[in-house]
Design a binder for this molecule. Structure first.
Ligand code: MUC
Ligand code: MG
Length: 385
């Protein structure tokens, strides 16, 4: 495969040049309200990026957000504006296979804007992959796995509804690990809610929690002890993203492993967390790291420090989820599996053939590029007017 990439003929270089970069904001309703500490959503908003090459091939990428600029600083409006005004002009005419040059041009054109940059890199890789008839993972070290254990997130806040939802997922053999979003209500109410879930599901399921930065250290310490008694196996981002020292203290006082999410966007953040011994695992997400290649770089720093890998999401459709799976496919250690249930929480996916879920796993789509095709009718239907 690498030979094929190295032998791109000179006359194809022009064919691979970026002609246009198009951005479309879409709002896709979810099957139920999804509540987390910072926000609550009943529709997922994405920017869909389509890159047209001189050879006529179109590559796709997706920038996900969660309830506006609340989960991180980017919103669909800022992503679209910054791509249209700054990132796209920096790329027009560039050979799309020059992924590192594209990343460096984008960094010069705009600081951070990681979700925007990741969507563009996905589209570049998709377009080049479709041109060469190679899957995206061929550009990222190839394939070490083709299916991924996948969890489901419980986030209605209503324990009776959540037990029913988890039972349905278990019965359908879709998910047996559940991530419970906590922090939107008082800690005691969340502990009661977790107690109901732990009792109802027993040893038929594993529970993970994500507090999305909701707590201070004292609250986190108390709740982590209660959650350990309830059998919770992993606690994600209990403290504010900046409180690395606090995460480190918690980690040394509690046995339940800690997962860093909002604390780790860049490779430098990963170094800081690793040096402080502030996490047992890191959640890898395109919207944080700025690209599939950058996701691999964060993973490499984590692996060097002995921090385990968890395949994170931001409720992407099959477009963004496929991009993540293509990147995860080449990671040797992904010991916590992944959470790309996003396509299943949407009332309607945006691709012709949605990702396949079976036997508690999500499957890497086959085919060139990301392995998916946008459904133009659905894109038009959900495009913001
Ligand atoms: C997050 O913080 O992990 C991922 C799954 C989910 O329910 O929320 C997101 C974001
Ligand atoms: Mg999280």
């Amino acid at each position: 495969m690498l030979d094929q990439i190295a032998r791109i003929p000179a006359d194809m270089k022009h064919e691979l040049a970026v002609r246009t970069v198009t951005t479309t904001i879409v709002d896709v309703p979810t099957v139920r309200q999804h509540k987390l500490s910072q926000t609550s959503v009943s529709a997922q908003s994405y920017v869909i990026v389509e890159i047209l090459l001189e050879n006529g091939v179109i590559g796709a990428g997706e920038a996900a957000t969660l309830g506006g600029p609340r989960w991180s600083e980017e919103s669909v409006e800022s992503i679209k504006a910054n791509i249209d005004s700054y990132l796209a002009p920096a790329l027009v005419g560039l050979d799309a296979s020059q992924f590192e040059s594209a990343a460096s041009r984008m960094d010069a054109a705009a600081k951070r804007n990681n979700a925007a940059k990741a969507a563009i890199q996905s589209a570049l890789i998709d377009a080049v992959g479709k041109t060469l008839d190679l899957p995206a993972h061929a550009f990222l070290g190839g394939l070490v796995r083709e299916r991924f254990p996948v969890l489901w997130t419980l986030a209605s806040g209503d324990p009776a509804q959540e037990v029913e939802e988890a039972e349905a997922k278990l019965a359908a053999r879709l998910h047996r690990t559940f991530k419970v979003k906590i922090g939107a209500q008082a800690p005691d109410a969340d502990m009661l809610r977790l107690g109901v879930l732990a009792k109802a599901l027993g040893d038929r399921a594993e529970l993970i929690v994500d507090a999305n930065q909701a707590w201070d250290e004292t609250t986190a310490l108390r709740c982590m002890r209660e959650m350990a008694d309830l059998g919770v196996v992993l606690v994600e981002q209990p403290l504010p993203a900046w409180n690395i020292d606090g995460m480190s203290r918690l980690r040394h006082r509690c046995e339940t492993p800690l997962l860093a999410d909002e604390s780790v966007f860049t490779t430098h953040d990963m170094m800081t967390v690793a040096r402080a011994g502030a996490a047992d695992a890191v959640s890898l997400k395109l919207v944080k790291h700025g690209g599939l290649r950058e996701l691999h770089k964060v993973a490499a720093v984590a692996e060097a420090a002995g921090v385990a890998l968890y395949g994170g999401c931001l409720l992407e459709s099959s477009i963004g989820a496929a991009a993540h799976l293509q990147a995860f496919a080449g990671l040797r250690g992904l010991s916590w599996g992944c959470e790309h249930f996003g396509p299943q929480i949407l009332k309607q996916d945006l691709v012709v053939t949605p990702l396949h879920f079976e036997n508690f796993h999500v499957h890497l789509p086959k085919g060139p590029g990301l392995g998916i095709e946008i459904d133009p009718q659905q894109l038009a239907r959900f495009a913001r007017k």
